[in-house]
Design a protein around this ligand. Sequence first.
Ligand SMILES: *[C@@H]1O[C@H](CO)[C@@H](O)[C@H](O)[C@H]1NC(C)=O
Ligand SMILES: *[C@@H]1O[C@H](CO)[C@@H](O)[C@H](O)[C@H]1NC(C)=O
Ligand SMILES: [Zn+2]
Length: 428
Amino acid sequence: MLLKGFLVAFALVGLVQAASLSQDERIRYDNFSVFKVRYETQEQRSRLRSLVEEQNNFKHWGAIKDELHLMVSPGVLSQFKTELQRANLSAEVMISNVQELIDSEKEADSRASADESFGWKKYSTLAEIYAWLDGILAAYPTVTEEFIVGQSYEGRTIRGIKISYKSGNPGVLIESNIHANEWIASATATWLINEFLTSDDVLVRQMVETHDWYIVPVLNVDGFVYSHEKDRMWRKTRQPSADSSCIGVDPNRNFDVRWMESDGASSNPCDWNYGGPHALSEPEVQAMTDLVISLKDKINVMLAFHSYSQVLLSPYGHSSVEFPPNYDDLMAVAKAYADAVAKLPYDTVFQYGSVGGLLYPATGATIDLTYQEGIEITYTVEFRDTGHYGFILPPAHIIPNSEEALAGIMALLEKTEELGYMKSKKKL
Ligand SMILES: *[C@@H]1O[C@H](CO)[C@@H](O)[C@H](O)[C@H]1NC(C)=O
Ligand SMILES: *[C@@H]1O[C@H](CO)[C@@H](O)[C@H](O)[C@H]1NC(C)=O
Ligand SMILES: [Zn+2]
């Protein structure tokens, strides 16, 4: 649907209408819409970016090269239209009512809750994920082991699980849900943990048993709980800011690697990509940093699970023209993942490139830390979709998305091995 027709219907809505709290105190997004805007020039891009700074009315959802996805409150639709005209831009409606999507997701979740098992037909809460993890640790005591990443700002424990069938394996570290609202990340991470322990497929068993797995299903625990209980669209941590009423930091811009360089994060505490008052200001990011440094000699591959866009993003985040020394290998490995996903019957296409090259500058991310610490095969994996449901991916996608992740990871590890990155890292 083109913007023009859509706007006529809403032109009279008028006054600014911020997201409101309902009786159960969840933030509602009635009649909030999400638009895809394609731009060509840097001037158009910066005009769009200045819109996003108006926190309550415009929220950044996603971006792929030359395309921005913006959530717009119903009160400012006509302002939005004017801004687009000024910038000579056209927009397409991606989601016409965000609240409707949230409601149908919730409905699917409560339908699945009637069924007691953890069946990946719904998005689970942190409490459900942790209870399930306890069950897994109890059921597979010889091959699993818990590790504690640290404590969150609000005092929650960030838990991880190690899966190892023999010692001396190359290591794979998986970080998931550093961004709170990307629920498909932890849904997929937990599905993979289950599959690694229960699959009787010969190839899966071989891959699982010849690697040591360190998986953190939910890193941003405070934000994740908040996204379930208060605001489905919450992305950041929950630590208040000293000089703003806006809460939280984008933890994937808070690592101490080129922090705030190259316009790779925002210094405005109200922005979606606020880098924090200083690097490592967030206890969750400090804890993840400590984990990476303590494990780095054992880890050959690191993956950070995110949504959405269907891309594999390698370092670096700070530049669109500077690439890591083994960029060609990183792209060959990413291609193996994308090709494996393409062989499944879902028609899912993954792109790949570096963060700075394929998207936009983003600094202080986990993958830049892991790369700096010598983990040379490392990616942000942005799962489904490319901009139909975006963050509110219906739960029916959990299992297909997870199957894609499994096939992708199997191919990725095989290619990594072939290129010689799986050797023991002790004493190089
Ligand atoms: C959403 O828009 C519809 C159609 O214009 C309107 O009837 C309804 O009252 C709006 N809902 C809210 C909560 O503003
Ligand atoms: C606006 O965009 C159209 C189509 O891309 C182009 O033909 C036209 O020259 C642009 N006008 C201005 C003022 O930039
Ligand atoms: Zn993310």
